[in-house]
Write a new protein. Structure first.
Lengths: 299, 299, 299, 299
């Protein structure tokens, strides 16, 4: 496992609670997975004790995306039989992802981010290799086992009462994605990410952490988030885990367009001013300028 | 475990998939749990190998309710330390149930029946004894463990993304239940159950199974359900498990009133006629007469 | 004008408030328009002072439908130039009506009955003859004039802010009507009318008026309606105008099916019992029997 | 009447269609009503032929607000008995307005602007003097007369089927207004108006008209509006009447907050850039700076 952020850390914790032994590659939570290090560890595992390589595609807690294709190549380069498992909760429907092409064995996704639905649906995409492995797996499981689901799904049914309402929502969400076009959706998220980074740089803030007047000092991100919620009715994401209180997250994922982003960045800039935090004005304008210069309709 | 119906059977299957050894009391699916038999088996278990007694309060597949207080007494009578676990998925909010008073250790419930919500929320009510047992339990688990949930809940939070939308719905559902009054809600379900049985008897149908012209012969419940769905847009419950195709279920649970029941029974009676199945007319009227004679407003 | 009920009376009042002189054919509110009497009055109007014959197609207050084709024939028979104006508020989308075929000059309709929408949209279907007459009409008017609406409609616009939300609803309502099929919709209303009358006769009630124990005595319809609303959450229509307090109306118009009707009649029968009003039981069953015998799906 | 814009012109047209003689004060549609001119005309009307002074409080087509208190003073100054009638369709719930304090006789309002509802409800606030005048008024009318409405309203009823759904919406809208506080709502609209004007000035556009490269030349407002709708899914108001094609309107009325405004202005600035129209960048930032400097929460 590679601990690229809070949700990777939670996945590790989940595995350990199930009694699994985790070989974890640490990180400063500011960069993606190091595929070469994964390759080194697999190459050293001549006894094939490592059963799976687990990577979070996009860390919700930091917005950092890891290179899954590179991980696949690292696994293949040393001819290791480990399964490749990927968490795509915050990338599905917003960042380019290729389960089949990248040879992923188990992809995990959820309904509540790029699919624009309430939380409540989880998805597994699984390879034949993963299914075969599950047949011989020893960990006791019932709800989480795939066999009953696979059997029921063949006839269009479910082994337990499904979340019917969310399934109707899913059908609509997929229509919305198709109407915009998946390519356009993915390009929109890339473009909004860059516009947001330009705003952050214009404000003089550091990406991932709060502005520092002197090194090592941090301002109170929670107080800023509270002020922005009270004053502008906009709820920014909080810092999670080791980043608690030190960062805020500017969401631009899912049902969102250029104007939503400009309004969002306006709320951040006005919030920084209202909180009296050190920053330069002009972030919103930087984003507007970038969005204008790259308007997808102009291509 | 007592196999009183399809969902009790599924619970047994779930336990066995987790590697647990189940001592199961069989049944004809037409009567509730036999508390004396439970008492006998516990009394014979001098080594206290039995860790839990698991009972479904109301079997969704048959409508049969079991006497949980009697099970508690049977456990206490032989001073057995087994936990008492009860599935209340289709009784919560519709049939009188007392977790504390009956000394239940683990109560399981869901959002999609008497709480009048879509599927998606599960509830556990747990005794201190159950919490203590969970601390020493050996079965590997993560999502299903209680510790993280208990810790997060103390501050009003959740260890994972909660189904926020359903929680808003739950607040509304509880308001609706309080507005009618829980006592009135429970009395309504009892009264509707009796009115429905009177309709079934008036039609000359057998409770739980389809009408037989000669012993051993059954009519096709699935065909009747399909006809009623097509013609009256009413979806009756199907027979589950060993009752598949042999029964239909007349639902009167949740957001429902006297007029809904009369309309529902009208659909069944007209469906029986349209299907040409042997029955006597007059079931709807029998229910109307009973409902009139027992109108809750007349007391 | 023919005063066939409360809404015909309101129409007459409206005309008189505008300063028009109304020649009104009275009625006992229990039968439709007398086309022969209309013919007699037109024949006597050799100076063509009568400018329009105004008839309510279906009287919402009584459920009585008038024969518009017969009125047309009566007008034509004496070669009178009067316009034929028809109120179809409670017949549009539920009772067979033919603006063009019956030679109606002005048809008035609304959104809130057979079109299954909230109140808020009014419709005029107008003949070329009516448009020509409007060009020379002297009565001052602005909002009610047709010229601006006709001009704007040609380009798909409106002269004033339209009820956009209801127009979206109207598109959906028309889809719903087409899905069932207009012929099936009309047949359903005829069939439900007959089933309702059979229930009323089975109860021993008089159509249009409340049960009498001695001639001339009436029971309190308002009290019965209140009891049924309180106890069954069903709101029956009240008696209007001269029928206030003496009748109740059993609605079965619009978004409605066999089961809705059985439930509705159940509410009436249980209400009569709860109110202690003299009646025979069995009305619901009479309707169920009739609906079973005439199920549209059996043809 | 004072023709301060398109809707004032429509009101004049409506009056003329009813056969009324209108003494109209013309305007360039760029300034509010001239109360002194009204005073002059009333003073000259020694025979009291003028029955009413009609003013639009806020012209929806131009955003220009007129000084109603000044009009009242002008009427009073010459002791003229004319009624004062005011159209508040786009000011009710968004601009300070005082029917009683300003001595208005008839105030007209609608549901679809500051009350945040769909179109469909119209409101009249009327003085005793207006009611008295209506009793002797000669213009034929029925639906528009007040007597039946006043009589029915006393008992909480309506003379005709009301728009029940919108009345539920109105109750909610009033709750929303009270939650924010009417004073805060009005201050928000003033502040958003100023922020919008600062953006327009920063862009170098002329208020009310489109940018001109050479005097007398206009750019195509309709093309700009179409581009912004296509690209950003934001529908700007069009120029109406004599302003058709020459202006666009930046709406900030009703259910709206600082972030909605920043997003809206972002859409305009990006639209101007995408359309290649001459303008300076920085309008969004000018608004953000102004909003930050005047944040209501900082007082």
């Amino acid at each position: 496992m590679a601990e690229t952020g809070h949700f990777a850390a939670l996945w590790k914790r989940l595995a350990e609670r199930l009694g699994l032994v985790v070989d974890c590659i640490d990180s400063d939570w500011r960069s993606g997975v190091d595929a070469r290090e994964i390759g080194r560890r697999l190459a050293a595992d001549s006894g094939h004790l490592i059963r799976a390589v687990c990577v979070v595609h996009n860390e919700t807690s930091t917005g950092i995306t890891s290179d899954i294709a590179a991980v696949r190549q690292a696994i293949d380069a040393c001819n290791h039989p480990a399964l490749l498992m990927v968490d795509t909760v915050s990338s599905i429907g917003s960042i380019d992802y290729r389960h089949d092409e990248w040879g992923v064995d188990v992809t995990i996704a959820g309904s509540q981010k790029g699919l624009m639905l309430p939380p409540g649906l989880g998805f597994n995409a699984i390879s034949q290799k993963a299914i075969a492995a599950s047949r011989h797996a020893k960990l006791p499981r019932a709800f989480w086992a795939w066999d009953e689901m696979l059997a029921a799904n063949e006839k269009g049914y479910w082994p337990t009462t499904p979340s019917t309402n969310l399934l109707y929502g899913l059908a609509e969400a997929l229509d919305i994605l198709e109407e915009e076009g998946l390519g356009a959706v993915l390009a929109r998220h890339v473009r909004h990410g860059e516009a947001t980074r330009r705003a952050v740089q214009a404000w003089g803030l550091e990406l991932l952490v709060m502005p520092e007047s002197t090194p090592g000092q941090h301002h109170d991100a929670a107080a800023l988030r509270r002020l922005i919620l009270d004053r502008f009715h906009m709820s920014l994401g909080t810092g999670l885990g080791r980043l608690a209180g030190r960062v805020f997250r500017i969401g631009h994922l899912g049902y969102f367009n250029d104007l939503s982003l400009v309004g969002t960045l306006g709320g951040v800039e006005m919030g920084l001013a209202a909180a009296g935090l050190p920053h330069r004005r002009g972030g919103v304008q930087a984003a507007v300028d970038y969005l204008s210069a790259t308007d997808p309709g102009s291509h």
